[in-house]
Ligand binder design. Structure first.
Ligand SMILES: *Cc1c(COP(=O)(O)O)cnc(C)c1O
Length: 468
């Protein structure tokens, strides 16, 4: 499959190139030249496949020209295995009642849905580095969830050292310990004396300056815009829609949304031919996507702290992929729109383009008190403990239940035990804490506390990375 950038479609790339670079050189995002379309007959054949077998069928479409089938199958079987995702279904579906379902995406090593893509990416990275006999340095900044999922995914990647920066004393204790208790020679956690923006600024600085800094290995970014993250998330839309008999009834998905990666994977599944009715973008009070969808105002505002921290964003990086598709792959137009957004912090689209987007997507938002009351309602009515991110998606599905036909699948993106503060606010006692979460609370930690100073970080990376 060939890929292009959303800001310049004249250059074609292959999967390996886009996987290893993440962001396009022009600042755009990589997307397939054309989304692959599958016939209904073909999709129906996926119905009885196990999760890993279905994952193989989907991944093959995007990757098979760069990783030989047999190897790809091995990678996928290792990734979506009961010992990694601790449920034999991998992504189990639970019904609340006859119309509303929870898709539990939190049985992976870090108990958030990001494991679905990052476990896969760790193995793919190891394969490509081995193939080239290369070693790499992975660098990323995190405010919590992405860091732990990336470390967990890359920890077994023998050819890479991974350095993750987090803001010192500004993540939750559980989030920090999920990163710092993975004690391996190639894993380095750096606590920056600063905030998340400082950590991210240092990572960007290092990438911009990499020619001058002269690392002796390839630098690789972990962030939410790598196309492979989308691939790893398309699979469960197929899995659950087929399980719910999507050829005989309408299926909607409601998705807790921040960077727009997870829900965009649902849109790609729909473009590939999977019959999905509406995709519901659930936001918290950082509601730039709801404002866009309902008022055509994609305007950057101040970042607010909420009870659902992994959705606290000012802008949604993956949204550019949707804009590109909605403008019929007009990369000049997207380059101009994004440049204008960069300068003014505002973006809107032509009415017919918005209308087209609204045919596929709906959106509503939840503030903190709505999050708490939905957690309480679901606990009281169904005896289910849900996390504060999932709560936004439950609330949005209820918002549209009277106007939209069919069943609602709510993506449960994190295990509630990761968010004790929200549970305490809702006065819900969480009876079940997964073993590995309970264990890390007492486990030994390893991390380095460094100043908010790029030179200090660069020296730390150079002196700690293998053979540097
Ligand atoms: C990252 C995350 C989200 C948001 O997902 P996007 O792909 O960024 O939209 C939602 N819930 C949880 C628990 C997350 O970790």
């Amino acid at each position: 499959m060939e890929y292009i950038s959303t800001r310049d479609k004249s250059i074609k790339y292959n999967f390996k190139e886009i996987f290893l670079s993440g962001l396009a050189p022009d600042g755009g995002l990589f997307v397939p030249v054309k989304y692959p379309a599958l016939s209904a007959e073909k999709i129906k054949l996926f119905k009885d496949l196990s999760y890993p077998d279905l994952a193989y069928e989907i991944c093959k479409i995007f990757i098979a020209d760069k990783i030989e089938s047999k190897v790809l199958k091995e990678i996928i079987d290792k990734t979506y295995h009961e010992t990694i995702f601790q449920d034999k279904e991998i992504a189990p579906l639970k019904s609340l009642d006859k119309r509303f379902y929870l898709l539990e995406l939190f049985h992976g090593p870090t108990h958030a849905f990001k494991d679905f893509a990052l476990q896969l990416m760790g193995h793919i990275l190891d394969y490509f580095l081995n193939e080239d006999s290369k070693k790499a340095i992975i660098i990323g900044a995190t405010s919590g969830d992405t860091g732990s999922a990336a470390i967990s995914g890359c920890a077994n990647c023998k050819n890479a050292d991974i350095f993750i920066l987090h803001p010192y004393n500004k993540t939750s204790e559980i989030q920090r310990k999920q990163m710092t208790t993975i004690i391996q020679d190639n894993v380095f956690n750096i606590a920056i004396k600063g905030n998340f923006d400082d950590a991210q600024a240092i990572v960007k600085h290092i990438f911009k300056q990499q020619e001058n800094i002269k690392f002796n290995k390839k630098l690789i970014a972990v962030n939410s815009i790598n196309w492979a993250r989308i691939i790893g998330q398309i699979i469960y839309y197929f899995y659950v829609a087929l399980k719910l008999d999507c050829y005989n009834q309408e299926i909607n998905f409601s998705v807790p949304t921040g960077n727009f990666g997870d829900i965009f994977a649902g849109y790609v599944a729909k473009k590939m031919g999977l019959p999905i009715n509406k995709l519901i973008i659930a936001t918290n009070k950082n509601d730039i996507l709801s404002r866009f969808l309902n008022k055509n105002q994609y305007d950057k505002k101040e970042l607010l702290e909420s009870l659902s921290p992994s959705m606290d964003i000012q802008i949604s990086s993956n949204f550019e992929r949707l804009l590109f598709d909605a403008h019929a792959n007009d990369s000049d137009k997207i380059a101009a729109l994004m440049a204008k957004f960069h300068d003014t912090g505002k973006l809107s689209v032509e009415p017919d383009i918005l209308k087209n987007i609204q045919n596929n997507f709906l959106s509503s938002s939840s503030n903190d008190s709505e999050i708490i009351s939905v957690m309480q309602k679901i606990y009281k009515e169904f005896n289910e403990v849900i996390d504060p991110h999932t709560a936004t998606a439950v609330k949005s599905s209820y918002d549209f239940a009277n106007n939209v036909n069919g069943k609602f699948v709510i993506l449960a993106t994190a295990h509630p035990a990761k968010f004790p503060k929200a549970l305490a606010k809702a006065k819900i006692a969480n009876k079940h804490i997964p073993d590995n979460l309970a264990n890390i609370l007492d486990a030994k930690e390893k991390f380095s506390i460094l100043h908010n100073n790029p030179e200090e970080i660069i020296n730390f990376i150079k002196s700690n990375s293998l053979n540097a």
